[in-house]
Write a protein that binds this ligand. Structure first.
Ligand code: ATP
Ligand code: MG
Length: 511
């Protein structure tokens, strides 16, 4: 198969960080090429270079055997290279259709756009109303929109940066089927993932990056998953389940009673949800993104009121977040969108570690030395790289940004924690560390509610599991009684025993 892209000796520096340190790699037509590496290894940076988002300091790129200078993403797409981002690069205030047009899909007319999208969506269903504003879409649908945009532009090499983090097992299957069919059409796919099982499932070749360097490319079957994991992280990561003793017979710490939330169009996002989380247990709410997770997180985060029912912490109605500090509410919040809700990207890490109602009081800010010392301690403890309190949050890799949010929210001695996809984007080593940390909090008597789109994470972590589908909750079930099959079916909106119809779940928007 012909080589679609060849990158030679790519060096990319950010100030004193060498994100890519002489990487040479090639991607061919007809293959799914998995790019592996721990958080901060340089995967996104390397692909941003290929997509024209950033200029390499050294090195060359060849596309289709010819030297290429790539001036920007639109140029890259014209040259046949498209990318679906870890954090989709779309204009939130514009609609789906406007974003597609902006991405160069169609001939500029409404009809042309419709025709181009219709062509692609025969293969990859979009199932999103083109008039919806992008900022109202869950991440999985934003990713999907980027995917459709790339394919409608007819790219030959498609780069996907952690696309499966927010999909159900069935959706991942469907995406992989779609990707395989692209490779049989002579296109190539580069897939960045932290899930090693996906290597075995789809990859023809694997390249491992570590510390900005390539450790080489191998055929997927040549190394075992354990070898790849060790290679990637540089240490052995045990596969363990962290399940603990379960709820102790005490009063619930966090409690939702008949909670209902509607959006401005009168659609019901959360429908009569009742759930109790006791001290010393982890309750996971699993579901396909877009089924009410955001509303559930919002009411627990004190960001939105319930239209009916109640949310209680330690027996009292949870006040709006603005009053938490004054009223001494100690609830850790790990939001879904760390870049916009969890961090101030253009502020240094030490300041980011002082955000939120559980942070030390504002006079702490005056004691800059103390704040810096605290930041250094937290960054080291949570293995944030770089562990430099002066680094800007924007300069961290996706996984390291997540660690900063966790460091802040879990270190404030919370009585309860509500976390949305807490290990999304973390490498296997970091995932393991976070799971251990959450389990330790549980063992210390904290009540944890984990809202996750990741079934593997749910099964590894939960004492009890509930499934959210179209705003309604099924369960919770004790973790030992809820198997992968049952949960998968409930996540797709099926009763126990039914099999899944094609296309279900992909665009499950709370009706
Ligand atoms: N804009 C930037 N400014 C400064 N440093 C940056 C910038 N972008 C990336 N870096 C640094 O470059 C290194 C590689 O980051 P990159 O985002 O490529 O990692 P990654 O392999 O994609 O990690 P993850 O799995 O966490 O997404 C990291 O040390 C990161 O902090
Ligand atoms: Mg990345």
């Amino acid at each position: 198969m012909p080589v679609l892209a060849r990158m030679s000796g790519i060096v990319k520096r950010f100030d004193d960080v060498v994100a890519n340190d002489g990487v040479t790699v090639e991607f061919s037509a007809g293959e799914i090429h998995v790019l592996l590496g721990e958080n901060g290894a340089g995967k996104t940076t390397l692909m941003n270079v290929l997509y024209g988002l950033s200029r390499p300091d050294e090195g060359n790129i060849e596309l289709g055997g010819r030297p290429a200078e790539i001036h920007g993403p639109l140029h890259a797409m014209r040259l046949g290279v498209g990318m679906v981002h870890q954090h989709p690069l779309l204009v939130g205030r514009l609609t789906v259709a406007e974003n597609l047009r902006l991405g160069g899909v169609g001939d500029g007319t409404a009809d042309g756009l419709r025709a181009a999208v219709a062509e692609v969506t025969r293969v990859i269903p979009l199932d999103i109303d083109p008039a919806r504003r992008v900022e109202d879409l869950p991440l999985s649908q934003r990713q999907r929109l980027e995917l459709v945009r790339c394919l409608a532009r007819g790219v030959r090499l498609l780069i996907l940066d952690e696309p499966t983090a927010v999909l159900t097992p069935a959706e991942v299957e469907r995406l992989f089927t779609e990707l395989r069919s692209l490779t049989t059409q002579g296109r190539g796919v580069v897939l960045i993932t932290h899930k090693l099982s996906e290597v075995a499932e789809v990859a023809q070749r694997v390249t491992v990056l570590r510390g900005g360097r390539s450790l080489g490319t191998t055929l997927a079957g040549e190394r075992s998953l354990a070898e790849l994991s060790d290679l990637m992280v540089g240490r052995q990561v045990p596969a363990v389940s962290h399940r603990g003793a379960g709820a102790v017979g005490t009063a619930p710490r966090l409690r939702l009673r008949g909670a209902r939330v509607g959006d401005e169009n009168g659609r019901c996002e959360l429908d009569d949800v009742t759930l109790e989380v006791h001290p010393g247990e982890i309750v996971c709410v699993v579901g396909v993104e877009g089924n009410g997770q955001r509303a559930l997180a919002d009411v627990c985060f004190g960001r939105r009121p319930v239209a009916a029912g109640s949310v209680e912490l330690d027996g009292a109605i949870l006040p709006p977040v603005g009053e938490w500090r004054r009223r001494g509410v100690r609830l850790g919040r790990v939001p879904e969108d760390r870049r916009h809700e969890g961090l101030v990207l253009d502020a240094p890490l030490w300041r980011n570690l002082l955000l939120g109602p559980m942070a030390p009081p504002s006079r702490f800010l005056l004691h800059r030395r103390r704040a810096l010392r605290r930041a250094r301690r937290l960054l080291t403890e949570y293995e944030v790289r770089p562990a430099d309190p002066h680094a800007l949050a924007a300069a961290l890799s996706g996984g390291n940004q997540q660690k900063v949010v966790l460091a802040r929210e879990l270190s404030g001695e919370p009585g309860a924690v509500v976390a949305v996809n807490p290990t999304r984007g973390l490498d296997v080593g970091a995932q393991h560390d976070v799971h251990l940390r959450l389990a330790r909090l549980r063992d210390d008597g904290v009540a944890l509610l984990v809202i996750s789109t990741d079934l593997d994470e749910t099964l590894a972590l939960a004492d009890r599991i509930a499934v959210l589908y179209r705003g309604r909750l099924a369960g919770p079930y004790p973790a030992d009684e809820a198997g992968r099959d049952l949960l998968g079916r409930l996540m797709a909106g099926l009763g126990p025993g039914e099999s899944e119809p094609p296309g279900a779940g992909v665009s499950a928007v709370a009706a």
